[in-house]
Design a protein around this ligand. Structure first.
Ligand code: BTN
Length: 244
């Protein structure tokens, strides 16, 4: 069995979706085990809110499968995105980049999306965090909601294996922080890198468009928007910034 850090690692040449493979793994997983599934090519990747995720070779496609108490599910939105941000900062040696988090779980570099995260339920208490990172290519097509970018085009040279290793190290560090200092310590760091905190943003959700000042997030993962003194909690939607 291959391991990275203390994760079982299963690598494939091609898969429809690493999240599907992760679900299969969770069916026969033993309590206490955790696994990361990767593939070189992904042919039917899923994105958030029913969208698809283009699977060009050279990019990283991974799904982490691990056990979680029901009350902690939403915390992994923050753990996943903050681990990505910390990894990119760590592997970036030379480029001057503006790197920010966008609720719920995107990482933006110079305003463009470099990665995506899709959390899905596994079997029993297992959770799947499916993550795509534009390492070598930024897939561009007409249906994309946001500008996209790859690490390669920013001059950040890293291969998928190195990125994965560093990512799992950052993940474990955040779990240690959470367990030693409480989850608020993780949220505080997440918020320090959040784009447009304290500014007006727009959230689009189904047919609704909600405008307000982005004042923070709560422990359940909700976005907090202030609208004329009232605070609205938003559980799902796509965020747009004023310049978009
Ligand atoms: C998003 O819409 O931003 C989320 C994209 C998530 C894509 C990743 S790639 C690895 C994993 N397998 C999938 O089918 N989707 C996720």
């Amino acid at each position: 069995m291959k391991m990275i850090e203390d994760w079982i690692w299963q690598d494939f040449d091609a898969l429809e979706s690493t999240n599907d493979q992760a679900f299969e793994w969770s069916k026969s997983a033993v309590s206490g085990q955790r696994c990361v599934i990767t593939t070189k090519k992904q042919t039917a990747g899923r994105g958030r809110r029913g969208r698809s995720w283009i699977g060009l070779e050279g990019n990283l496609f991974m799904s982490l499968v691990f056990e979680v108490a029901a009350c902690d599910l939403s915390k992994f939105v923050f753990i996943s995105s903050l681990s990505l941000l910390n990894t990119i900062k760590q592997v970036n040696k030379n480029s001057a980049i503006d790197i920010k988090l966008k609720w719920p779980n995107d990482v933006l570099i110079n305003g463009a999306k470099v990665s995506g995260i899709l959390l899905e339920k596994g079997e029993g208490d297992f959770l799947i965090s499916g993550i795509g990172v534009n390492i070598a290519h930024a897939p561009k097509d007409d249906t994309l909601l946001y500008p996209v970018v790859s690490l390669d085009e920013l001059g950040i040279k890293v291969d998928c294996r190195m990125f994965l290793q560093e990512f799992l190290r950052q993940w474990n560090k955040l779990l240690d922080l959470w367990h030693n200092q409480g989850f608020q310590a993780v949220l505080d760091i997440w918020l320090k890198s959040a784009k447009s905190l304290g500014e007006e943003i727009v959230v689009k959700n189904e047919n609704k468009i909600i405008k307000g000042i982005f004042i923070g997030v709560d422990e359940n993962g909700a976005l907090l928007l202030s609208q004329g003194g009232d605070v609205t909690k938003i559980l799902a939607g796509d965020v747009f910034f004023n310049e978009e």
